[in-house]
Design a protein around this ligand. Structure first.
Ligand code: GLN
Length: 495
């Protein structure tokens, strides 16, 4: 049991708000930079669309693969706090490197961010979980608040860095993103006293053991991590290599978790298996949800009437910022709802919430299908597009923060970091699959007659796939709802 400061704010441990602010600025940096990334590649580096998209896809997949390493190392050796400091500093340096013109700096900067995100991202969420005692009913609500911080940062970062980068100077946009990461780290350092001994290195850590007379294990790993940066830069230049990397990592990690889980006894093993079920369904969720950054943008450009009372909305803005803003507005509602329901003893367990999340995602895509039925000359009314996004977002709120919370509840304490890494690895796979699903909706530039494809012709191509996504999401959501009473038994009292 960790000694956390007893002081509370808004009914939650005060440390939650320190982690909220730290993560908020980190996500400001991450999404601020991401808002510029593709556009920078196509307009400044003269990459063709497909090369830019594939480089972006590989970057995203690596970004979400490395938390497996960062989470594991924190569990085993350095604890979450050191990992977050390392990760934050690397992310800041990565962004400052992007501020330097030239292709070499560009790829090295991205490599540094991949490494930094791996150290930062899983561990801040693990620390949130550690603020709560084992059966504390406030945990899901705490994660909903934390998730709000993520999206405040994402929304502001996308808007501010996006604006500065595109209208003033691209490199300044990246530098600004890096600056806010440093701000996040300052908040984190200043707030240490609210965190008790949450996130300190494991008791029997070997991190200070000397591997050479002048070099501790910890420093050796740090040096090796920096040496990995050019390796990632190389892999991004050769972006197709992701195909050979992600699958073996997924399989090896899965076997590793099962093997170590078996050693932990049947209760822990049962819980871990439920965590893996949740991770699997989250992968499915993200592979559909992440159409938002790809095919849905193109669909909006071709088939949605994006006029809102005379103002033309860009779909990228809708995806990056309006979705984030919707999360910010609705997170407190969900946070409140979970607390209220647990007071009535009716708070659904994580499996049910996941089922509901997938059903809502399905409803979201069904809005696009419905919109197509009432389309005018192949053009869908904005209302349907916004309604689709609304349900995708409510679905996200039943799944993403709940998943973070569930991982911290279902994993044995010494494996939480690793399992958090597995949670993000599912996002890497989701991102990767999203790209493949997106290509199923690739619209040929010309019809058989050689004319540019019209909205009437592209609409059925999109709608056919949206319809299938609806079916699969609804079916898997309903499946989870049906099997949840059975699987719940393996959770052994965890909600
Ligand atoms: N948008 C959330 C974040 O940035 C979730 C991302 C994910 O898990 N794919 O933290």
């Amino acid at each position: 049991m960790t000694a956390i400061s007893k002081e509370e704010w808004f009914g939650h441990p005060k440390g939650l708000f320190i982690l909220f602010m730290t993560e908020m600025w980190e996500r400001f940096t991450f999404y601020g930079m991401r808002a510029l990334l593709i556009l920078f590649m196509t307009s400044q580096m003269q990459f063709e669309d497909s090369k830019a998209n594939l480089t972006y896809g590989a970057y995203q997949a690596f970004v979400y693969t490395m938390p497996v390493w960062g989470g594991w190392l924190a569990d085993k050796l350095i604890g979450q706090r050191i990992s977050i400091m390392w990760g934050g500093i690397m992310m800041a340096i990565g962004n400052f490197t992007l501020a330097i013109p030239g292709d070499t700096a560009f790829f090295l900067g991205l490599g540094m961010i991949i490494m930094g995100n791996g150290y930062f991202k899983p561990n801040i969420s693990t620390m949130v979980g550690d603020l709560y005692a084992e059966h504390d009913e406030r945990r899901d609500s705490g994660f909903s608040i934390f998730y709000m911080g993520i999206n405040v940062g994402a929304t502001l970062g996308g808007l501010i860095c996006g604006y500065v980068g595109q209208t003033i100077n691209w490199h300044l946009g990246f530098a600004l993103a890096g600056f806010f990461m440093l701000l996040g780290l300052m908040v984190f350092r200043k707030g240490q006293s609210t965190l008790g001994n949450v996130g300190l290195p494991p008791e029997n850590t070997q991190m200070n053991k000397k591997v050479l007379s002048f070099l501790s294990m910890k420093n050796a790993i740090l040096i090796l991590s920096v040496l990995m940066v050019p390796v990632f830069a190389f892999l991004l230049v050769n972006y197709k290599m992701i195909n050979y990397i992600i699958n073996p990592i997924g399989i090896v990690m899965l076997l590793y978790v099962i093997y170590f889980g078996l050693k932990e006894g049947s209760v822990a093993f049962g819980r871990l298996m439920v965590a893996l079920v949740l991770i699997f369904f989250s992968m499915l969720f993200w592979s559909f949800y992440e159409q938002g950054g790809g095919s849905l943008n193109l669909y909006a450009a071709r088939n949605v009437n994006m006029n809102f009372f005379g103002i033309h909305l860009s779909s990228a803005a809708l995806n990056n910022s309006i979705n984030g803003a919707m999360v910010v507005i609705m997170s407190p509602v969900f946070g409140w709802l979970w607390v209220k329901l647990s007071k009535l003893n009716a708070n659904p367990n994580s499996l049910v919430k996941f089922g509901l999340g997938l059903v809502q995602l399905g409803l979201g895509f069904y809005m696009f299908v419905l919109g197509a039925k009432t389309a005018d000359n192949g053009m869908v009314n904005l209302f349907w597009f916004a309604a689709g996004y609304f349900f995708m977002t409510t679905g996200e709120l039943c799944l993403s923060p709940i998943g973070l919370s569930a991982i911290t509840k279902l994993s044995p304490p010494k494996m939480v970091g690793l399992m958090m890494g597995m949670w993000f690895l599912a996002s890497a796979f989701g991102q990767y699959l999203a790209g493949i699903i997106g290509t199923m909706m690739a619209i040929p530039a010309e019809s058989e007659t050689g004319a540019k494809l019209t909205a009437m012709e592209s609409l059925p191509i999109y709608t056919g796939i949206f319809n299938q996504i609806t079916m699969v999401s609804l079916a898997s959501g309903l499946f989870l709802l049906v099997v949840s009473p059975f699987l719940r038994r393996f959770m052994h009292g965890v909600k």
